[in-house]
Design a protein around this ligand. Structure first.
Ligand code: SF4
Ligand code: SF4
Length: 383
């Protein structure tokens, strides 16, 4: 059961919100027919020894409506029982209703939603009224016992208010996942908002410090993931692992892509669920070959980097944005990744040396009396 599949189902690229930095919505996008879900089941039946997680993503996946989920969840869950399907959804929650929440509760669908901090900051980036609508949907989900986690997109603007944003999540006890506003292959709208690699690195170190200095505070998932990557010495989230071959996305019409970020771009189609392609069929597509080229590029470009095993050059999509789809660089956030991985490994080394009473601690700034990375690991284990 090694390398489980992660299949992202994109019921539509449409979305009722108009976030200023968004690259992934497409007005007028069709809604996935339930027949496509049936074909997903037929396609995946050829991989009975894999486990699978389905994430409904968008656009805004709740636009598909209650009836879609009432049929899709039992189809996937029953049709692929041997793969032990698990589910998740990434939604802004505006269209959450008690009916949909009831269906999700039956299949224990955890929810990831998006809020960028207090209402003023959030609505400035995501549009007036967004915060209220998401919080109303969140209340319905929670009333049905659903777990809701928050993705906070930091833009170049909101990163300047990082303390205010962190305090907002911490004071409400909301588990936080940070997402940097990113440039896109699809259009240029996010660029004025995009967080620079340097700013992103600084933000990650700030959040690492917050995690350490507030032992009873919220979990910051990126920090837990980064520490886990360093400890187990391989990527535990897609950005830091070779994602090709284990992650797929299915668009509204049944086309298969390497990941949700490519959905809607014809040159990235690898096949269709209607043809039930084998792994070898998909591997013959240009999209797969380009993603494989990225792996080879990383092996040579990053070979001297001490973080290569658990960084793997970052996200191939990010790497291709500056070149319009060509592979001649790694993820531009390399600067941020190197900064935070240096910080975590440096602090861990110092803690180890001090713990073993060695005389010459590793170089780097000392943080006398401050909680260390190992205290964070203990918290992660006990969660
Ligand atoms: S392309 Fe990037 S976002 Fe998509 S699965 Fe790969 S690492 Fe993750
Ligand atoms: S930190 Fe940069 S150089 Fe090192 S593996 Fe990651 S992308 Fe490559």
């Amino acid at each position: 059961m090694k390398n489980p599949f992660h299949v992202m189902l994109i019921p539509t690229l449409g979305c009722p919100a108009r976030c200023r930095y968004c690259w992934s919505s497409e007005p007028g996008s069709p809604i996935m027919d339930i027949e496509v879900v049936g074909e997903v089941v037929e396609w995946l039946r050829q991989f009975p020894d894999k486990r699978v997680t389905f994430t409904f993503h968008g656009g805004e996946p709740l636009l598909a409506g209650a009836e879609f989920y009432r049929q899709a969840l039992p189809l996937l869950s029953g049709g692929l029982r041997g793969m032990k399907p698990e589910f998740a959804i990434q939604t802004n929650l505006w269209l959450m209703t008690p009916e949909i929440a009831g269906i999700f509760a039956e299949y224990r669908v955890p929810i990831g939603t998006s809020i960028d901090g207090p209402m003023e900051i959030n609505d400035m980036q995501r549009g007036e009224g967004y915060f209220e609508k998401t919080m109303q949907g969140c209340a319905i989900a929670k009333a049905h016992g659903l777990r809701v986690r928050f993705i906070c997109t930091f833009t170049a603007q909101s990163a300047r208010s990082r303390e205010e944003v962190y305090n907002f999540f911490n004071s409400r006890g909301y588990t936080l996942k940070l997402h940097p506003a990113l440039p896109s292959l699809r259009n240029r709208s996010p660029e004025p908002y995009a967080l620079s690699p340097f700013e992103y690195g600084e933000l990650l170190v700030y959040l690492l410090d917050q995690s350490l200095e507030h032992p009873n505070g919220i979990e910051i998932m990126n920090i837990s993931d980064l520490v886990k990557c360093v400890l187990v010495r391989h990527g535990t989230v897609c950005t830091f692992a070779d994602c090709m071959g284990t992650t797929f996305a299915v668009g509204p019409d049944g086309d298969i892509y390497p990941c949700y970020r490519f959905v809607g771009m014809p040159e990235w189609v690898m096949g269709s669920v209607y043809d039930h392609p084998t792994r070898d069929d998909l591997a013959r597509s240009d999209a797969w070959k380009r993603m494989d080229q990225f792996k080879a590029f990383v092996d040579s470009h990053c070979k001297e980097c001490r973080h290569i095993r658990y960084c793997r050059g970052g996200c191939p999509y990010n790497a291709m944005v500056p070149t319009g789809g060509k592979i001649n660089g790694v993820d531009p956030h390399c600067i941020a990744y190197r900064r935070i991985f240096d910080e975590i490994t440096g602090r861990l080394n110092r803690e180890m040396q001090e713990g073993f009473g060695l005389e010459a601690p590793a170089p780097g700034p000392r943080r006398p009396g401050k909680p260390g990375i190992m205290s964070l690991v203990q918290r992660m284990v006990s969660r």
